[in-house]
Design a protein around this ligand. Sequence first.
Ligand SMILES: C[S@@+](CC[C@H](N)C(=O)[O-])C[C@H]1O[C@@H](n2cnc3c(N)ncnc32)[C@H](O)[C@@H]1O
Ligand code: SF4
Length: 422
Amino acid sequence: MVHQYKLNGYNIVLDTCSGSVHAVDEVAYDVIALYKEKSKEEIVRELLAKYADRPDVTAEDLEQCLADVAELEAQGKLWAPDQYENLAFDFKNRNTVIKALCLHVAHTCNLNCSYCFAAQGRYQGERALMSFEVGKRAMDFLIENSGTRRNLEVDFFGGEPLMNWQMVKDVVAYAREQEKLHNKNFRFTLTTNGVLLAEQLPALRSAGLDGVNLSLDTLDPQQFAAITRREGLLPQVLKGLEAAAGTPGLTVKVNCVPTQFNEDQVVPLARLAQEREISVRFIELMPIGLGRDRHGLSQEQVMERLTGAFGTSMPCANPKGAGPGTYVTFSGFAGRVGFISALSHQFCHQCNRVRLTADGHLKTCLQYQDGVDLKPYLEGGVALTALEDALEQAMYHKPVGHHFSTQTQAGDEKHNMNQIGG
Ligand SMILES: C[S@@+](CC[C@H](N)C(=O)[O-])C[C@H]1O[C@@H](n2cnc3c(N)ncnc32)[C@H](O)[C@@H]1O
Ligand code: SF4
């Protein structure tokens, strides 16, 4: 398997099965990205067009580069065969445990964010809500496969999970009963746009919800309407935020995706963590679905604005359920500011996440369509070992990393974020 990424100005090509690492120039990097997808003639044509303003990139150079790549492949330094695949399927003899699940409980939404959800006039794909039965089964599955691990995490995603609030509440209540019987300790987090939060939070909290991630890209009502394509809902969302921030013991994180449309909001949003003991996190826009047409701000660009307003940042401990985020604080802040920077600070090497969509597809990386359709295994009548085998196959083939910083490849995710659970 070949993994390509850019780091500190280097174009790196990692051949995972042979362990070879190649630092290559831009053109060779592109040649390798296209090598298995297109014919040599197509690669030469495409790259001549791409580098039309570079007289040093000629058809002869590209042919030479293709020959060098072929030579590396012949030497077993690129696309080397996987020697370990068969050995790895000895999983059942090892104590592999599952500790967390992200459940895509609603493939529908009451907002229509411009970078997430298509604006073609109809919802892309069929609307779907995960049933209580599937959610309950997922909890049983997690308990059964968690081995001796006591602390388990469940994240409710969507679409908008509060469009399926009754199911979320029932699943949390069910798992709270089960944890006593099995000596487990669940941690439940909900990622929501906040529209229904104020009205549903008391019931969810009494069922046993531990954390809320509230997505909020702006505090400006006009900008909010433009980004979410819904009028007049910001006050409701802010009411949800205040309800969450005022709930003792609930971990609250505000998530903002900074782009060219809300860059003036970085400082006002961070200020929410000045008075409240919450985290405000800036998430780098990923080029998925409609996100491809936007320009996201990098962690460095956000930090520049923050230090300009609040002074030098100070490191701080991660809040509960921090995942891949890194956190800082500023003088006089009660809370924290966090960054989830999948592009500028790629964290694929430590990613242990897979996600199950509302229609039963297990995705092993946000960037790729790949994964396995678990529906036939979840609908009953199929032996549990068959489900385990399907999971093992999917996990073994989890991609080494994303390639968001490079051109798209065959097999990249075509859906929008609301359909795959961001
Ligand atoms: C897909 S939403 C689902 C949950 C819920 N509806 C919400 O908005 O929080 C989860 C998160 O993904 C983020 N998101 C959507 N499209 C994105 C993209 N292309 N890149 C990065 N984050 C994205 C949203 O801003 C939101 O914070
Ligand atoms: S980001 Fe969340 S709220 Fe916005 S359209 Fe996507 S799923 Fe809905």
